[in-house]
Ligand binder design. Sequence first.
Ligand code: ATR
Length: 282
Amino acid sequence: MVNVLSSDRLISGATRVVGILGDPVAHSRSPAMHNAAFAALGLDWVYVPFPVAATDVSAAVAAVRALGLAGVNVTVPHKQAVLAHCDALTPLARRVGAVNTIVNRGGRLLGDNTDVHGFAQTLRAARLRLRGRHAVVIGAGGAARAVLAALGAAGAARITLANRTAARARALAARRWCAPVRVAALAALADPATLADAALVVNTTSAALDGGDFPAVAYAATPAGCLFVDLLYGHPTAFLAGARRARRRAEDGGAMLLHQGARAFTLWTGRRAPLEVMRGAV
Ligand code: ATR
């Protein structure tokens, strides 16, 4: 699908503008998803992708205010960096330590996190019962923070956090989560003992966007009902391919994209999100 406005939709001074700040951002399906929703509800809104380098995060958030954007989504790698530039944070965004949605309330920028809801919906749709179980999270960036919050809410008994940079994982594990978080090296994913009782293994890293090699994972060591989720969407990843070869359930980040987007849509517009239209556009 092409991210264009249909010819009967004209931009005017009344058009409300939202968008997404990230690097890279060209791969994002959020513009297609939100523009389809605006069209379906007849809203004079437009959603635009904005590539923003790490050095420009402060200026980009200031521009949301200066240009009167109704809000923005924030994606890799800026979900933590934008925190300091918001005027206020929701309690959830503060607890998670990451913002994926900014709402412009009359020039005051409120940072929120709808990824937590998006991931919780992913678990619900997969009918995964996590209460009392072990979950493994790969990566320790902004997306991992939302996943940790959702896993705690879902009742996971313990979480293993594996990341390339150990210090970043240790800093994240030291925050207050609802379940104990043990830090591991990426190499531990190849050890069958790490995954032997895992009910869920989630890849939150952007390794596939970097074109980097994905670390070895002992897929077949997991219980037969283990669910593998990759937060990336739209293209096959080595992580999900490995899970499928081991005959495990494998889900990409499509459901998380949809549900985090639906909640952001409602925060900006005050309208119920047309979920089926958005799902179709993704
Ligand atoms: P996001 O907001 O999507 O979480 P992020 O905060 O930039 O993005 O975090 C990216 C995550 O992907 C980090 O855990 C990063 O590992 P480091 O903490 O070591 O940087 C991980 N990552 C990125 N590229 C990777 C690669 N090639 N191999 C392994 N991990 C990678």
